[in-house]
Design a protein around this ligand. Structure first.
Ligand code: FAD
Length: 370
């Protein structure tokens, strides 16, 4: 009975399967989608995530996609620097942050798993603390059930009951474009109630994202809306949007989860968005899912005591989720006086202070978890 059943084959589920294998157990990943579609866009992986990927044995493949000399910061819509990022200091102190295409990361994780571990087209419909899982292909019982089934997790019900995700008040668009002029900088631009960000990928393409305040389920104006919203913003933003393909724009309303009272119950553990979906403002959601996977594997290798996993992961991820939400609120401010105040504070914040504030997030290492 050394089977570990993982519900969900996203980043959290695939990474958990790798960690479970390394702990000497037998993972089975049930993914409800019929096949893994190449959806998604860019994804920033911070040094803490790269260390987690190293611990899972796939760090080198992700490191090969680094764009080493990029620099950037946060600007206002006219292009004036509000907060310079000291990328060189960040690299020196914590290691290289890397932006990859989500599909590339998924392929790296999937290809590192033996055949037969990932079973697509099977949805989990219920789980209980005894390790019993009901799926669309029948029932099974596992030594451990890992709920890696995302923000609207089914497995979470057995751990925390019904938990309603919270709407953050804004929508986000993502796309990847091949620009006509090379882009070597990364950065975010903060306006009033809307933001735009971009980061070069290793192959010359550029990951772009944008946010705007909106009621939940507002109609999607697609690329035309984005071009209109950001038409008079500084270069290269209009040019990036001019190069975008309307069919390749993803739009999501942004939700996070309230803090759960526990991540584990009986034979169940939650990882990734099922446990701690957070707003994307720190670019840490997937990074934390990777850390979860490493901690899960370490816990299994030591004694399988799920309380250890809960104690290690819950406080850290909930602190990071709270920070992400606060940062999102600041980034989405729309009242002129508040935006002026926010921008003034950012102009006075030295890059070193910003780096220091990120240290507790970025300096995670597998050894520090146990
Ligand atoms: C706009 C935006 C930008 C982001 N940018 C970043 C970033 O730059 N860096 C970063 O680290 N994070 C980022 N994130 C967060 C990141 O995308 C998530 O935290 C991460 O994808 C969570 O992975 P997961 O595997 O936990 O969940 P998911 O990616 O949601 O995967 C869950 C999987 O489970 C499957 N599933 C669901 N229900 C069932 C079921 N009942 N049975 C079987 N399978 C099921 C789904 O099909 C899916 O494949 C961003 C998020 C958004 C919305």
């Amino acid at each position: 009975m050394d089977e570990v059943l993982i519900a969900g084959g996203g980043i959290g589920g695939l990474a958990s399967a790798l960690a479970v294998l390394r702990a000497g157990k037998r993972p089975v990943v049930l993914e409800r989608a019929p096949e893994q579609a190449v959806v998604g866009s860019g994804l920033s992986l911070w040094p803490n995530a790269i260390r987690a990927l190293d611990a899972l044995g796939v760090g080198a493949e992700v490191r090969a996609r680094a764009v080493s000399d990029a620099n950037g910061g946060i600007r206002d819509a006219a292009g004036r620097l509000l907060l310079a990022a000291d990328a060189a200091a960040l690299r020196e102190r914590f290691g290289e942050p890397i932006v990859v295409h989500r599909a590339e990361l998924m392929a790296i994780l999937r290809d590192a798993l033996p055949d037969g571990v990932l079973r697509t087209g099977i949805g989990v419909t219920a789980a209980d603390e005894s390790g019993r899982v009901v799926t669309t292909a029948g029932e099974r019982t596992a030594e451990l059930v890992v709920g890696a089934d995302g923000i609207r997790s089914v497995v979470r019900r057995a751990v925390a009951g019904e938990v309603e995700p919270r709407y953050a008040g804004y929508a986000a668009w993502r796309t990847v474009v091949m620009p006509s002029e090379p882009v070597t900088e990364f950065g975010e631009t903060w306006g009033r109630g809307q933001r735009f960000g971009f980061a070069p990928l290793a192959d010359g393409r550029v990951y772009c994202f944008a946010t705007a305040n909106a009621p939940a389920d507002a109609p999607d104006g697609g690329l035309a809306e984005l071009r209109q919203r950001f038409a008079d913003w500084h270069a290269p933003i209009p040019a990036l949007l001019a190069a975008a393909d309307p069919a390749q724009i993803l739009r999501h309303d942004i939700y996070d989860l309230p803090a759960l009272p526990r991540f584990t119950a009986g034979r169940i553990a939650l990882v990734g968005d099922a446990a701690h979906a957070m707003t994307p403002d720190l670019g840490q959601g997937a990074c934390q899912a990777l850390e979860d996977a490493v901690a899960l594997g370490a816990m299994l290798a030591i004694d399988g005591d799920l309380r250890r996993y809960d104690a290690l992961r819950r406080p850290r991820t909930q602190r990071i989720a709270t920070r992400a939400r606060r940062l999102g609120r600041a980034g989405q401010l729309s009242a002129r006086p508040l935006v002026a105040l926010r921008d003034a504070v950012m102009r006075r914040t030295p890059a070193s202070a910003q780096l220091g504030a990120m240290a507790p997030v970025l300096n995670w290492a597998p050894a520090s978890m146990m």
